[in-house]
Design a protein around this ligand. Structure first.
Ligand code: HEC
Length: 100
């Protein structure tokens, strides 16, 4: 199990085929993203991530921002932790603004 996880980190494309786990990703968004963007994503150190604030993004661009971060700012790249399909899921989740 542990080696599989390491493999996922090294070869995200392999794990991108797996289905994202919504419960785990929601938790990550509110706890990890929330540590900078606010627990309710209203903004903190990082800006507001509620749907109205992100309406100029589409899913692909938003997903890339999540995977690559924003250079020269505190927004970190999540590629080491998230697969592209998980980032897509989070992007969709943020744009929909569904409350868990
Ligand atoms: C260490 C603090 C920190 C964490 C953790 C963090 N962010 Fe950010 N994020 C920032 C900062 C600061 C900015 C603003 C960067 C700038 O000045 O453009 C930002 C910007 C963004 C933007 C662009 C917003 C816009 O209006 O253009 C998105 C989208 C975003 N973050 C999503 C996320 C997501 C999703 C997560 C969790 C997977 C996350 N962030 C975790 C600090 C953080």
């Amino acid at each position: 199990m542990r080696s599989l996880l390491a493999l996922c980190v090294l070869a995200t494309s392999v794990c991108a085929e797996e289905n994202p786990d919504p419960a785990a990703l929601k938790r990550l968004v509110h706890q990890d993203c929330g540590s900078c963007h606010g627990l309710t994503l209203k903004g903190g150190l990082g800006p507001d991530l509620r749907p109205q604030a992100l309406s100029h993004y589409d899913v692909e661009v938003l997903s890339d921002v999540i995977l690559d971060g924003i250079p020269e700012t505190a927004m970190p790249p999540w590629r080491p932790l998230l697969t592209p399909s998980e980032a897509d899921w989070i992007a969709q989740y943020l744009l929909q603004g569904e409350t868990p």
